[in-house]
Every structure is written in C-alpha cells, then in structure tokens.
Write a protein that binds this ligand. Structure first.
Ligand code: PLP
Length: 345
C-alpha cells in the first residue's frame, strides 16, 4: 500500500531520534522576565527558528493548531474581525478561535483568485468597509493544492495591510516547501508578515512541534497566551532536539517531494474522467472527482482496493501528499494505479 494521505506520516530517522538522548534538558516552564524557559535545547530551537524566518523571536508549541490559536488570541479580543479565507486551515479545520464557546472572533472572508492566492481587490474592499484587526494568509495553501504566494503578491498584501495598519499572520505550516518551490530563502517570504507559524512535524520529519515567530514584544505576549491555554511545557527539549535536526538537515530534501509530485502530475494530464490540479508547485497534487461520478470519499475507498491510500480534502477533491519515505518508484506506481483506476470509471 502506498500511503499519500499526509506529510505528517513522515517518520523520524534514527539519526534524528539519536539527538533526543544527547539533548540537554531543563524546565521550559520555569521562566525569566521575558517568559523564556530553562530548557537549553528548546531555546536553541527557538533561536534557530527566529533566525531562519528573519524574526526577532520564536516560541515552541506542541502543535500548529495551538500555535495559530495562540497567535490569533494574542492579536485579537472577542468580537474582533479577522480577514480570512474559507478554506484555510485556521478556519476550516481548527475553528476554535471563531467558535462562540471559545475565541469568539468574527471571520470576514476574502476570496482566492484562480491561481489560488489571495485576491487583492477583495482584500482591499473588505479592509475599506470593515474594521479589521488581523489578516490571515496560508502559504503554501493546503486546500488549494500546496500553492505558493509569489513574493510580489506577498509584497502587495503587506503594503495593503500597512496602509490600513492591520498586521498579517501567516500559517506557514509548509513555509519551507514554499521557500523551496519559489527558490527563495524563507526570510524573503517572512519579511512580508508580522508573524509566521511553521510546522516541524510535517515534511521536515520531526515527530512533534510547531514554531510561532515574530517580533520580541509579540512573542513575549504569545508566551503568556500559550501559558493560559495550557501550552507551557517542561523538558520539551525531547522534541526540540529532533526539530533542530530537521531544520538543519531536512529542508533541502523537500525538493525531492516536489519533484515526485510533479512527476505524478505530469503523467496524469490525459486521464479520461479524473481531472488534475492545474498548478502543482510543491508536495501536493489534487484530483477532482466531479466527472467520475464518485464523491471524493468513494474515490478514496475504491482506489484503496488497488493499493493507494489517499484522503478527500473537499467533497469532490482528493489530495495526494508526497513526503520523505515516498520514493520515485512509489511515484511511478501511483501513476500506474491512478491511470488504471481512471480507465475503470
Ligand atoms: C498541519 C497544519 C496546521 C497545524 O496542524 P497541527 O496538526 O495542529 O500541528 C496548520 N495549518 C496547516 C495548513 C496545516 O497543514
């Protein structure tokens, strides 16, 4: 069975796991005036994350959801309006900051243009007509198929946000996929946002963890929010150590995942029923099931019988995700399975 459900399936290598036993540990919850803890390995990872994103400071979380939630609850108070897009993870999957029982923020939806990046005209119109507290973007955009926001568009979004004095938070769960795909440094992307969250637990292959990066004052406040949410930790160096390993060793190889995704995409252009995403840029490929007569759910169930495990990402959209452990041979087999399946439809 070839499993393309998610890059969260990436397993830590034994070299990565070795770093755990060697890590210096301390109580990360025992903090100084800036809220910094006593686990030297956590501090090292936070410093590395800040450096790699070009931000002043960073704070470690057990999940991306908690990091995004902390960011939004640090910027906003109940009732505040957040410019967001309906299919981004923070809204579609995490939900908690907009839940009337919890964050009580008000979403105001902007749309994506046809290449899957934020539509500047609607952004501007909504900023003009609403009192907006925060703009949220996602890069790479998961539901749009791992699409990256080009740097000139990032610059335009930031210039617009600055004109209305609204900060920008970027869900960069796959920030380094975006950097590799655009062939730029992650810093070049992050300079256009006030804060960024990225995951070490996806394609970078660490078992646990996400970082929130931003300026010093914001991260100090975020540490307080994290504590309120129960997100403060103790000897978190046990997962910060693999995180450091991931950032030092696993960024460049994301290119292999992108190349496997491209290979599969290029070999699925002429299918009979299954339609394929137009602009594959990173480690994902979306299949559209509208013309197959199957829902995405049914499509996944049927193709599993042929040896391919995939997941629906929307009602008529199936997501293939490439990660460390999926080889070129696997990619070749994936093409064969999807082509054979499409012929049966
Ligand atoms: C995975 C992911 C997150 C965070 O997920 P956790 O599972 O909570 O670590 C946030 N945004 C996007 C786009 C993601 O893919």
């Amino acid at each position: 069975m070839i499993d393309l459900r998610s890059d969260t399936l990436t397993l830590p290598s034994s070299e990565m796991l070795d770093t755990i036993l060697k890590a210096q540990l301390g109580d990360d919850g025992r903090t100084d005036v800036n809220g910094r803890g006593e686990d030297p390995t956590v501090n090292e990872l936070e410093d590395l994350a800040a450096e790699m994103t070009g931000k002043e400071s960073a704070v470690l979380f057990s999940s991306g959801t908690l990091a995004n939630t902390t960011a939004l609850l640090t910027y906003c108070r109940p009732g505040d309006r957040v410019l967001i897009e309906e299919t981004i993870h923070v809204y579609k999957t995490e939900k908690v900051v907009f839940d009337p029982r919890f964050g009580q923020l008000t979403p105001i939806f902007y749309s994506l243009n046809d290449h899957g990046t934020p539509d500047l005209c609607t952004l501007e119109m909504l900023l003009k007509t609403n009192k907006i507290k925060l703009i949220c973007i996602e890069n790479t955009h998961n539901a749009a198929g791992g699409v990256c926001i080009p740097l000139d568009e990032m610059a335009s979004i930031k210039a617009l946000a600055d004109r209305y004095k609204v900060p920008v938070h970027m869900d960069g769960a796959r920030l380094f996929n975006a950097a590799i795909a655009l062939d730029v440094d992650a810093r070049d992307i992050c300079k256009y946002v006030d804060s960024v969250m990225f995951c070490i637990s996806k394609g970078l292959g660490a078992p646990i963890g996400s970082l929130l990066c931003g300026n010093e004052g914001f991260i100090r406040d975020a540490r307080s929010t994290r504590k309120l949410l129960g997100g403060a930790m103790r000897q978190a160096g046990v997962f910060a150590a693999p995180g450091i390993y991931a950032l030092k060793n696993n960024v460049k190889r994301l290119k292999d995942d992108h190349e496997n995704a491209k290979y599969v995409w290029e070999h699925l252009q002429d299918l009979k029923k299954t339609k394929v995403q137009k602009n594959v840029q990173s480690n994902m490929v979306m299949l559209y099931t509208q013309d197959t007569g199957l829902t995405a759910d049914e499509y996944c169930r049927r193709i599993k019988e042929m040896g391919l495990l995939v997941r629906p990402s929307m009602a008529n959209q199936v997501r293939l995700v490439f990660y460390n452990g999926i080889t070129r041979d696997d990619a070749i087999k994936v093409v064969e399975i999807i082509r054979a399946f499409d012929l049966l439809l």
